[in-house]
Ligand binder design. Structure first.
Ligand code: AMP
Length: 439
């Protein structure tokens, strides 16, 4: 199927072609005709599936076909959980709407409210907003939502996770009863279903496979290395492989800062992205990374959610995530929408249990490697994984996982080190091992 078969107007097709896309992704192929037909939509799709264009393209078309309100009240509202996502959706609106005469503006917190107020007062057709700041504008009477024809809740599950449900309900109460509503969510909890039931009118449900679940297109490998040598190993890997755009995940904000600093000292341009950074710093860090001014962006899971970079070639798990599903989300940042990518994990003895969880989730083993000179020291014992502040002074506990010996691969048949006291019989469910996960 081609974009030209979806019933989109020439101006929109031109903008899509300018992006180099001619084939819609599965979510686009399913969602676009539904939205164009004016139906409500409940879509199970996560970042990386092309979902944004799935609602932006038909939304632009419906708006450009309808008549603009004389006072230019907003006609479409997209609610998104984070500033980053709001900015990205807004960028898509601009990119795909460049041959149309619709106006749009992003609305998010953490920056001055006045420029946003001016933009709203000047009149816009499409508002892409995070719920909290939108409510501020509503309270200040900067925006009139009575003309909304199309509502999109993007990443609804994340908005609920982030505690926005009350804000969302307040906003929904101000919208006209008669409108078209589209709800996008990666997961469908009871709470999402309840929200959907109250909001959507006879919706069409579309679902695409969680492409991340199989991590198609992403080559994965891991290096066993000692905890204290991870930084040196990363510097080596970046240098040896000439990686020029790497997103690196750490477990903590402090860890992200420390690593970015270490990389910078080694002559690698790096920046950290996490929740303690100001909005300005975050935008700049992301921008520099996209434009390859910085080669390495070190991020925590929360900060990285929603980062959308075309063809991001490398993701590194400097620390394995505490929750296996997050591994899948992380590596889903690369190899998007058909492009290939590489995900590399640095695994120390503390993380063997986490690794086993991940491999169980993936239903396959990740290729094990080792770099000569960085072989783990078998005398080093596992320590519980926790935030540095708490970890200091904590007693080491038993390692939590037996490590399988990995069959020789083309990489020299490395056998991972035996963790001290490891249980050689892989524990089954309900294992007696005490977990060392700390959220
Ligand atoms: P999303 O899931 O909306 O965050 O999109 C993921 C990535 O896929 C973005 O970088 C898009 O630019 C890209 N993308 C969207 N639609 C297509 C398409 N039809 N073909 C190739 N890439 C696409």
């Amino acid at each position: 199927m081609k974009f030209t078969e979806l019933g989109l107007d020439a101006g929109i097709l031109l903008a899509v072609a300018d992006q180099g896309y001619d084939t819609p992704t599965p979510i686009q192929a399913q969602a676009i005709p539904v939205v164009l037909a004016g139906r409500d939509l409940m879509a199970a799709a996560q970042t990386g599936t092309g979902k944004t264009a799935g609602f932006v393209l038909p939304m632009l078309q419906l708006l450009s076909q309808g008549s603009a309100s004389t006072k230019r009240k907003p006609r479409a509202l997209v609610l998104a959980p984070t500033r980053e996502l709001a900015i990205q959706v807004q960028e898509s609106v601009r990119t795909y709407g460049k041959h149309l005469s619709l106006r749009s503006t992003p609305i998010f917190g953490g920056v001055g409210i006045n420029p946003q107020t001016s933009a709203l007062r000047a009149g816009v057709d499409i508002v892409v907003a995070t719920p909290g700041r939108l409510l501020d504008h509503i309270n200040q009477r900067n925006i009139d939502l009575s003309g909304i024809e199309i509502l999109v809740l993007d990443e609804a599950d994340r908005m609920l996770d982030m505690g926005f449900i009350r804000d969302i309900r307040k906003i929904l109460a101000l919208l006209p009863k008669k409108k078209q509503s589209l709800l996008f969510s990666a997961t469908f909890s009871e709470e999402i279903r309840t929200l959907a039931t109250g909001l959507l009118d006879n919706p069409v449900t579309v679902e695409v496979a969680r492409r991340n679940a199989t991590a198609e297109g992403v080559a994965q490998c891991l290096y066993y290395v000692d905890r204290e040598r991870k930084r040196d190993l990363l510097v080596r890997l970046i240098g040896d492989n000439n990686w020029h755009q790497v997103l690196v995940f750490t477990r903590t904000k402090h860890g992200a800062d420390a690593l970015a600093e270490r990389l910078t000292k080694s002559g690698i341009s790096a920046a950290a992205l996490h929740g303690n950074k100001s909005q300005g710093q975050r935008t700049r860090a992301l921008d520099d990374f996209k434009r390859l001014k910085t080669n390495v962006l070190v991020a925590t899971d929360i900060a990285a959610r929603g980062i959308d970079i075309d063809e991001l070639p490398h993701v590194v798990n400097f620390d394995l995530p505490n929750v296996a599903e997050d591994y899948v989300h992380r590596i889903g940042r690369t190899g998007r929408a058909g492009s290939s990518g590489e995900a590399t994990s640095l695994v120390c003895i503390d993380e063997h249990k986490l690794l086993r969880d991940i491999e169980q989730l993936l239903k396959r083993e990740i290729e094990k490697r080792m770099l000569p000179g960085f072989e783990p020291d078998p005398r080093i014992k596992a320590e519980p994984i926790m935030k540095p502040r708490v970890a200091r002074g904590a007693r080491p506990t038993k390692p939590t996982a037996a490590v399988k010996t990995v069959a020789a691969k083309s990489h020299g048949g490395f056998h991972p080190p035996k963790p001290a006291q490891a249980n050689r019989n892989a524990p089954s469910r309900g294992s007696h091992h005490s977990g060392s996960r700390h959220q």
